[in-house]
Design a protein around this ligand. Structure first.
Ligand SMILES: [Mg+2]
Length: 430
């Protein structure tokens, strides 16, 4: 008898002994039915679940060298990276800061002279060299450049060995990955639900930018809109709300208090995270989880959030925080604080692919943000079923670009919004 069957049998016997009497039979059946239905862990190495059949592209002892870095400006606001090698393996990455794609492309170009001629498989070594030899460490542009390169190097390594990246990181830790969609109206919640989503994120409903001190009317409108979303979603689906760091601390506290009865999944960026003490003060004032991380970089940035208890849901962006290498380490730090990882991702399918690899290799994953499943960009777009995407089985990041479809989408000049206060013309956050 296999160990799985033995466990299943002994568990049934244990449950039967607990319930014992005939009157307990219905309860036992219900328990066993639940046990069967929510049996989330299915052995990934059995049957067809992994896709399988991928051969290593490189034999043991074979050499491989990086030959070229190629960046592609891809609509609507993305930057894709191809790291070419002399073995014919091409690694994919997404090194971009929203609104600064060409700036990051220049930063990637500057790293090309270090990488060309090197073996791409020493991923962590290259991460250290790119980060520390810069002397001026971190920041959104330099760390995003490293992030995209890091993804591409992991992609190459996985393809060379014929396995998904999560296999190289000790996974899989799960068989499928929960994802959430953006939805800010009841109609959008219903439409996304029909598409298969069970988790959503909205923003703060505003008829104008929030003032430093807000009126009761503003606070009531925000709460009323969220109540409408809650009614549309019901009590068994999740809705996070993103303050986008565009709310003053005092108004954030009022909004959180007004939202508490509707139990958002999390409050994201209740304030900017440049002053972690302020966010920690807000976190202490509510039982709702505080989420943040899209504008935090590397393990050193996330250390302070954890130490000060400013957030219990970390949202590192695979394209900004330092790539797969760094987000895996951030997840380990978070685990020791009982904090969860919900990767930020308003970007493209390579970013999503990298997030899925992280989800498949860490224990404390919560939910993955996505805005695009890759139709028209990758050969096999992701599919959402019952709120989840199956863990990809392909080697590396598990995605291939649809080069023909991509030709129509090259080039963009995407600019960030530039909002001003309607009353006095002063600059406000977006
Ligand atoms: Mg956000």
């Amino acid at each position: 008898m296999s160990s799985t069957k033995a466990y299943s049998r002994s568990r049934r016997m244990f449950l039967a002994s607990l319930l014992g009497t005939a009157g307990g039979t219905a309860g036992l059946c219900a328990l066993l039915a639940d046990d069967k239905d929510n049996g989330a862990w299915k052995d990934p190495y059995v049957g067809k679940r992994r896709g399988g059949g991928f051969q290593p592209m490189l034999g043991a002892g074979e050499k491989i060298r990086i030959t070229k870095l190629e960046t592609l400006m891809v609509q609507p606001r993305w930057l894709f990276l191809k790291v070419h090698t002399d073995a014919g393996i091409v690694g994919l990455g997404e090194p971009v800061v929203e609104g600064r794609a060409s700036t990051v492309a220049a930063a990637v170009k500057q790293l090309e002279s270090y990488l060309v001629g090197k073996d791409p498989r020493s991923v962590v070594h290259h991460w250290q060299a790119m980060y520390r030899h810069a002397f001026y460490r971190g920041g959104p542009v330099l760390t995003s450049a490293i992030s995209g390169i890091d993804m591409a190097l992991w992609d190459i390594k996985g393809k060379a060995l014929g396995v998904p990246v999560y296999e190289l990181l000790g996974g899989p830790t799960r068989s499928r990955v929960r994802v959430y969609a953006h939805a800010s109206t009841p109609e959008a919640i219903r439409a996304r639900s029909k598409e298969g989503f069970t988790a959503f994120k909205t923003g703060v409903f505003k008829h104008r930018p929030a003032r430093i001190v807000e009126t009761p009317g503003f606070v009531k409108r925000v709460a009323r809109r969220f109540e409408e979303l809650r009614e549309a979603a019901g009590d068994e689906r999740d809705i996070g709300i993103d303050f986008h760091g565009a709310i003053s601390p005092q108004t954030a506290k009022l909004l959180i208090k007004a939202l508490e009865p509707y139990q958002p999944m999390f409050i994201e960026e209740p304030v900017q995270c440049q002053n972690v003490d302020v966010m920690a003060d807000i976190a202490r004032g509510t039982h709702l989880p505080i989420a943040t991380g899209e504008r935090v970089f590397t393990k050193w940035g996330f250390r302070e959030l954890l130490e000060k208890g400013a957030a219990t849901i970390l949202q590192p962006d695979l394209c900004h925080a330092g790539g797969i290498t760094e987000v895996r380490l951030i997840a380990g730090m978070a685990e020791s604080y009982y904090a969860a990882i919900a990767p930020h991702n308003p970007l493209g399918p390579i970013s999503l692919a990298a997030g899925l690899q992280i989800a498949g290799s860490i224990p404390n994953f919560l939910c993955q943000e996505q805005v695009h499943l890759g139709e028209g960009y990758i050969k096999q777009p992701f599919e959402v079923r019952d709120g989840y995407i199956d863990l990809p089985g392909g080697p590396g990041l598990g995605v291939e670009l649809d080069e023909d479809a991509l030709k129509e989408k090259l080039g963009h000049d995407w600019r960030n919004p530039q909002p001003y206060d309607a009353d006095d013309g002063s600059v406000v956050d977006w």
